[in-house]
Write a protein that binds this ligand. Structure first.
Ligand SMILES: C[S@@+](CC[C@H](N)C(=O)[O-])C[C@H]1O[C@@H](n2cnc3c(N)ncnc32)[C@H](O)[C@@H]1O
Length: 181
């Protein structure tokens, strides 16, 4: 949970602001269905996300606890929805979003990755590598594999590096210039 909270915090927080054009989907798959859970965070609506990761972890834990045995998606706090998950189906759905990319230590260097502009749907794993089933899904979907550097980084660090690159490309007018309204 520490790593997940740090990744969520890094994905959304700026200095005294939030990235309102960012969304994060987390698959909690330690328990198989029907107890597996998906948490969706939508930057445009998010509230109560503070810079300290302890409170982010509490926000996520609260959502997970409240959703135990609850069979339908619900908004646990503004911009944070928790739902039962079929992890493979949810990963497939995520990969059907525009411009999916799989962040991997052994991928194509980020500088060489020709981001198509607009939305990017990036997949990162937690401290454990994707399962064989998840890797197969990603491979079959033909998702671009991109590396942000030669070192194995923490998930949150990878998110930081990718955000920076996309920020630079946006600023230079050749990347995701179309933030949702
Ligand atoms: C802590 S790493 C996973 C564990 C790692 N395989 C190990 O041997 O310790 C978490 C995730 O961040 C991403 N990642 C780590 N380093 C990366 C890099 N240099 N480029 C792209 N993604 C990276 C991958 O998605 C990876 O699965």
């Amino acid at each position: 949970m520490d790593e997940v909270a740090r990744a969520v915090s890094t994905a959304f927080t700026l200095s005294n602001d939030l990235r309102r054009d960012t969304e994060v989907t987390i698959l909690f798959v330690a328990n198989p269905p029907p107890r597996a859970r998906r948490v969706d965070l939508v930057g445009a609506r998010l509230r109560y996300l503070n810079p300290d990761e302890r409170s982010t972890a509490a926000l996520l834990k609260n959502a997970l606890v409240r959703s135990v045995d609850f069979p339908r998606p619900f908004e646990s706090s503004p911009g944070l929805t928790v739902a039962p998950s079929d992890p493979a189906a949810d990963l497939r759905a995520f990969l059907s979003r525009p411009n999916p990319v799989w962040l991997r230590e052994d991928g194509e260097p980020l500088a060489l990755w020709a981001s198509p502009g607009g939305e990017v749907a990036a997949v990162v794993s937690d401290p454990y590598d994707p399962t064989a089933e998840e890797s197969d899904l990603l491979t079959e979907a033909g998702v671009a594999r991109v590396s942000v550097g030669p070192r194995i980084l923490r998930t949150s660090q990878v998110i930081d590096v990718l955000h920076r690159e996309l920020d630079l490309r946006e600023a230079a007018g050749r990347g995701p210039a179309t933030a949702p309204p």
